[in-house]
Design a protein around this ligand. Structure first.
Ligand code: FAD
Length: 388
């Protein structure tokens, strides 16, 4: 349906505000300006940089700076405005914004024809604050994995064997686990690695082959696996856990816990099949949402992935242009996931491609991931190579 016409009226230059400069927000921005270069776009984000977060686990090998793209540079390239601010959005104020078509940011009143909400989804960081013994995903957005790990390993008593516990056997936890293993080998550190996961097998949201392949690799690398177990606390060289079935608590020695507990199902905006936010069962015609913060009532994939975020962002851009034109027919969101690849360190990966049963591993999986990442880099450079 990407071929549905836009018919944008030449007289009117539309004014679009995008809240959130992640994968969805930037896909919307680049597509709006690709199809209607006249569009006036204001991008709002609390950070100075766009973070290519799908590479975050690789900061055990590369500097964090490699993943940061200044919003100032993006907005210069695409000739749009950037405002550094966090916008508080909820169902109540969205209905008000639809009526006023105004948003107040840093004390400035901004008019808009269309608003795109692409604020992502918070991580499930547990009640445990980061400390010398606990790290969350958000800590890796501030310092590289190599820096953080080097500092924390140095702080611990080096006379006894150190144990690092990685909590969460989903895609993020697994990608960090294998990078940490390779990092420890590179710096010749003898710390032991352990994975703690709430299910019987790792990567349980993917087809079975993912777990079999990954758990075999973990065994070969001597990474301990504690399954069906919940994390409670990490303190004073010990990790407090509980058995999933019986809730029975138990302790294990552990010097450091890294928590990768998935996404919080909070601040999610529901939308119709075209990406327009629904409040009190009514679609807001001028307010769209895309990315991890959105749930579309449609046949398309609502997975928390960069892949869906980019597709929703692009769709929303096209639908805004259609809505602004005549006859205003919008395109429904139908995108189905094309695959998913999980890195297992620098030289191995496991994933599926085209159909969930079609497992790919090793170099072929890495190559697919490389192509997908390059496609996204090209999009940020203003070259859209996405065919679907
Ligand atoms: C380590 C890791 C590896 C991953 N690997 C993959 C992968 O290989 N493939 C894949 O498909 N997915 C992967 N993902 C998932 C993917 O990164 C997310 O699904 C994707 O980032 C979602 O894009 P988004 O634009 O919705 O949100 P985000 O990328 O999280 O962007 C949200 C943006 O909104 C901004 N923001 C937040 N609150 C506000 C506010 N109040 N006001 C203004 N702005 C705000 C944030 O600063 C941020 O810039 C990975 C995730 C991680 C953590």
């Amino acid at each position: 349906m990407a071929f549905l016409p836009f018919n944008i009226t030449q007289k009117k230059k539309i004014n679009v505000i995008i809240v959130g400069g992640g994968y969805a927000g930037l896909a919307a921005l680049t597509n709006l300006l690709q199809f209607a270069p006249d569009t006036s776009v204001t991008l709002i984000d609390p950070n100075e940089h766009h973070l290519k977060i799908t590479h975050l686990h690789e900061t055990f090998r590369y500097p964090l700076a490699d993943l940061l793209v200044p919003f100032a540079d993006i907005c210069k390239r695409f000739e749009c405005r950037f405002i550094q601010a966090a916008v508080a959005l909820d169902q109540e104020n969205l209905a008000t914004y639809q009526n006023s078509k105004q948003l107040t940011v840093n004390g400035e009143v901004l008019d808009f024809d269309y608003l795109i909400v692409a604020t992502g989804c918070n991580n499930n960081d547990s009640e445990n604050e980061s400390s010398d013994e606990i790290l969350h995903l958000s800590d890796f957005t501030q310092s590289s994995g190599a820096e953080l790990m080097t500092r924390l390993l140095a702080q611990n008593d080096s006379t006894s064997e150190q144990i690092i516990s990685v909590i969460g056997g989903g895609a993020t936890g697994i990608q960090f686990l294998f990078e940490i293993h390779q990092f420890l080998n590179r710096i010749k550190h003898k710390a032991k690695l352990r994975l703690i996961h709430s299910a019987a097998h790792v990567l349980n949201q993917f087809p079975d082959g993912f777990a079999t392949y990954t758990e075999n690799r973990m065994r070969e690398l001597d990474i301990a696996f504690v399954s069906n177990t919940y994390f409670r606390k990490q303190q004073a060289g010990k990790i407090l856990l509980s058995e999933k079935a019986t809730e029975k608590p138990f302790e294990l020695p552990s010097n450091l816990a890294l928590l990768f507990l998935g996404k919080k199902q909070q601040n999610i905006f529901t939308a119709n099949a075209f990406g327009q936010i629904i409040v009190n069962k009514l679609s807001l015609p001028n307010i769209f949402t895309a990315g991890d913060c959105s749930y579309y009532h449609s046949l398309g994939s609502n997975s928390f992935s960069a892949q869906s975020a980019v597709r929703k962002g692009k769709l929303v851009a096209r639908n805004i242009l259609r809505h602004a034109g005549f006859p205003g027919l919008l395109e429904p969101y139908l995108h189905q996931d094309l695959g998913y690849i999980v890195n297992l360190g620098a030289s191995d990966a496991v994933g599926w491609l085209a159909a969930e049963g079609n497992l790919v591993t090793g170099i072929s999986a890495l190559t697919v991931k490389e192509i997908v990442e390059t496609q996204y880099d090209l999009l940020l450079a203003g070259i859209d190579t996405y065919l679907v």
